[in-house]
Structures are given as structure tokens and as C-alpha cells.
Design a protein around this ligand. Structure first.
Ligand SMILES: *[C@@H]1O[C@H](CO)[C@@H](O)[C@H](O)[C@H]1NC(C)=O
Length: 420
């Protein structure tokens, strides 16, 4: 009797040991907990927030998806088996290598001094021997009570509110496509939140994403299909390399934050760092032409929210310059700075401001205010859009104050510099 009891106690102890077994890996800014039993991410701590986040992979098997359309045939199938994993710990980088199955693996990476988690996924060749196409997705499941709402970016700029099973202007019938009918384009960012916590995914390419359950973000990673519906492309999306289906590799970045005014500004800065990494060039010093080094200006003096959007030759003796304030009105403020130094470094003689495309002097812009369907006030005299600020125009002889540029949140201004 007592030995049976002892055995029960031992078993209970063993079970609790298994339940609690986990691998912790982190730096001062960030901590990850991996569940040893499943090999999956379990908890993330950063920005003073801790949240249980379970990340896994899944697929939609379908015989009807094609290039342009993700058509569901069945529900999402999650990878059930535990992942094999190994943790590598370095002074500047720590990595969790996960072997998910024969054709999915992933490296979760954190860097000293950087508060975001990088997920480098490797998917393919997607098997189709069962004659079914597949949509491969990854899922981040948290306990955040998002109430059916999530956000996706509008071409990398402002965020659009998305509500599960809803459309702004009509009631959709999603009975046949409950998952795919809730997918939205994600060009740079996808997020959900409740009153205290916010979970964000940044990506390195345009993808489709959804939030099909509260607290859950889903992103499509790879697709392979054997069906073509003939609506534009007469072939199935079944690319091959070395006689096998394509292997795709990419990165997602996870960000966890407290919900506060302006908290999303750091997401935008991270986005810029991801999409515009430093390019390093090495060459023999004697090969560098002196005029190349001369035209390199120092852009470090620009305010932090100002992004040098374009710097390119416009004509033989002109340069096109675009500057953007990339924070929106909740994240940043109006910024003013002088571009006299940049103008001088580029050998400028004159500068003029133009419309966004560079084609028309901004001072000449006069665009008809068009009222569709007789909406809006009807005026006998037509109304026009003109520039809301005084377009910048200056030449070399003028004072530095004439080169002052003010940018409102999200504003872009375009200039053409005529040089020597
Ligand atoms: C969990 O996994 C990590 C990494 O493999 C290992 O170092 C640790 O000892 C494991 N913990 C337990 C309790 O098995």
C-alpha cells in the first residue's frame, strides 16, 4: 500500500517537473521562455510587459486556392508534434533553433540591447503528394483580450482597424470562407491590443494576415498549389528549384508593449531599421572617386522622426530630395529643421519645392476640387486645392533661415536642387 502511495507521489512530482520544465534565454531588455515539452515559445518579457505567447505553425489544405485567391476547403491544421530545439547563447546574440518537421524550421533570435524578437522561418518544399495544395501559416497566440479587433498597416503608413467577420459598409457572408474571408494585406505591420498590452508583428515582405481568435495573430508564410482557376494565370502556383518545390525564408519581428500614448512610435522606428538596414561597402581607397565622397552629406542632424525618402539624380544638374516625417499625430509632433547644410554639401545653387512626383513647382499647383454626384457645396466658381504652406524656394546667396523645412506628422515634402 505504502509503496503504491510512494509511487503516486513520485509520479506526481515527475509530472510537475515535466509541466514546469522550461528553457529561459534573455538579456537585460528581453526574456524568452521556451517550453521544454513542446519546444515552442511560451512567454515573452519586454518593455516591462510579460505575456504568454505560444507560437506555432499550421496549414490550410485546399484543392481550390491559386495565385490570386486563398480559398479554404477545410479548417486550419496545426503542427501537433513537439519541436526539437537547441538554445545557443552568445554575448551579443542568443538563438533558439527549432526543428518543426521535415520541411519547416525556425531560428528565434534576440540581440543584446535590442527589444524585439526575430523569427527567421524556413519553409519548404511544401509536400503535395496528397494532391492537395497548402497555405502555410504561423500563429502567435497570446492572452490579450482583443475583442475581435486587430490592425494592419495601409502601405506602411497609417494603421487600419479590422474587425473579424465585419465590413465597414455591408454584412459579409463568410460561412464558406471563415478564415480566408478575414485575411488582410500586411505590408509592414499587424497588431492587436487590449486596455493594457499590445502585441505587434513586423514583417520583411508583404504577406497576408488575420486574427481569427482574440489575442491571436496569424501570418501566411508560403503557398504551393496544383490548381489554376484560369483567372489570369494559366499555371498553378507551384514553383520549382532543383526539381523540388521552392524553399522560402523570411523574418518576422515580435514586439510586446504597454498600451500608452505614443507607444507605437518605437514600432515605426523598428520598421525603418528592418526595411532600411545599413549597407556596407568595402573597396580600395584609391578606387573611390573624389566626387563621390564629396557628394556624401551627413544626414545625422535630421530630427529622429525624419526619413530621407529620396535622394536621386533628377536631370544632369539636378537632384531630387524627399523628406518625410514618419510618425503620425499620436506618435510625434511637428518638426522644423534647416536643410542648408545638405544643400551646400550637394553643391546646390538653387532649390525649389515641387509636388510629390517632382513634376510641377508646388507654387503652380492648382487642382480642381471635384464634387462627385453633386455632393458638397455647389459653387458657380470652381474651387481649387493649392499648397497649404509657402513653397520653399531659395538660392545659394540667401540666408540659412530661407532653407527651413517644417514637417507635420506623416507629411512628405519634395524638392529639386539645382547644382553646379
Ligand atoms: C530545458 O531545456 C534547456 C535547453 O535545452 C535545458 O538547458 C534545461 O536543462 C531543460 N530543463 C529541464 C528542467 O529539463
Amino acid at each position: 500500500m505504502s509503496s503504491v502511495k510512494n509511487l503516486a507521489i513520485l509520479l506526481a512530482l515527475f509530472a510537475s517537473y515535466i509541466v514546469q520544465s522550461e528553457a529561459v534565454c534573455g538579456y537585460e531588455l528581453i526574456k524568452l521562455v521556451i517550453d521544454n515539452n513542446t519546444g515552442r515559445l511560451k512567454t515573452v518579457e519586454m518593455n516591462g510587459v510579460s505575456e504568454n505567447i505560444d507560437q506555432t505553425f499550421g496549414m490550410y489544405k485546399t484543392a481550390r486556392s491559386c495565385h490570386y485567391i486563398f480559398r479554404q476547403d477545410a479548417d486550419l491544421e496545426l503542427v501537433e508534434d513537439a519541436f526539437d530545439f537547441t538554445v545557443y547563447e552568445g554575448e551579443s546574440v542568443k538563438e533558439v533553433h527549432q526543428h518543426v518537421n521535415e520541411w519547416i524550421s525556425q531560428v528565434i533570435r534576440i540581440y543584446e540591447g535590442v527589444n524585439r524578437v526575430e523569427f527567421e522561418w524556413l519553409v519548404g518544399p511544401v509536400p503535395i503528394d496528397d494532391e492537395l495544395g497548402k497555405e502555410i501559416v504561423t500563429i502567435f497566440k497570446s492572452g490579450i483580450s482583443s475583442g475581435g479587433v486587430f490592425y494592419t498597416d495601409s502601405n506602411g503608413r497609417e494603421m487600419m482597424k479590422r474587425e473579424k467577420d465585419k465590413r465597414e459598409d455591408f454584412s459579409p457572408d463568410l460561412s464558406e470562407q471563415p478564415g480566408s474571408g478575414n485575411y488582410y494585406p500586411v505590408t509592414s505591420r499587424m497588431a492587436l491590443q487590449d486596455s493594457s498590452k499590445r502585441m505587434v508583428l513586423l514583417n520583411d515582405r508583404s504577406q497576408g494576415g488575420a486574427s481569427l481568435e482574440d489575442g491571436r495573430l496569424e501570418m501566411m508564410l508560403h503557398r504551393r498549389h496544383i490548381f489554376a482557376d484560369g483567372s489570369g494565370a494559366a499555371e498553378a502556383i507551384n514553383e520549382q528549384q532543383f526539381g523540388k518545390g521552392l524553399i522560402a525564408r523570411g523574418k518576422l519581428f515580435l514586439y510586446l508593449n504597454a498600451v500608452e500614448d505614443g507607444a507605437t512610435a518605437s514600432e515605426r522606428v523598428a520598421e525603418k531599421e528592418i526595411h532600411l538596414p545599413f549597407w556596407k561597402f568595402f573597396s580600395k581607397s584609391s578606387n573611390i572617386q573624389s566626387d563621390v565622397t564629396k557628394t556624401l552629406s551627413d544626414f545625422n542632424d535630421l530630427p529622429q522622426s525624419v526619413h530621407l525618402l529620396t535622394l536621386e539624380p533628377y536631370s544632369k544638374d539636378e537632384i531630387l530630395l524627399r523628406l518625410e516625417n514618419f510618425l503620425d499625430q499620436t506618435e510625434g509632433k511637428v518638426v522644423s529643421f534647416s536643410i542648408r547644410q545638405i544643400f551646400d554639401d550637394l553643391g546646390g545653387l538653387e532649390i525649389r519645392e515641387t509636388t510629390l512626383d517632382g513634376n510641377l513647382p508646388l507654387s503652380d499647383m492648382k487642382r480642381l476640387k471635384f464634387h462627385h454626384d453633386d455632393s458638397g457645396p455647389s459653387h458657380s466658381v470652381p474651387e481649387y486645392f493649392i499648397s497649404l504652406h509657402k513653397p520653399l524656394a531659395a538660392d545659394k546667396s540667401q540666408d540659412a533661415s530661407e532653407f527651413s523645412v517644417t514637417l507635420k506628422p506623416m507629411q512628405i515634402r519634395t524638392f529639386i536642387i539645382k547644382k553646379e
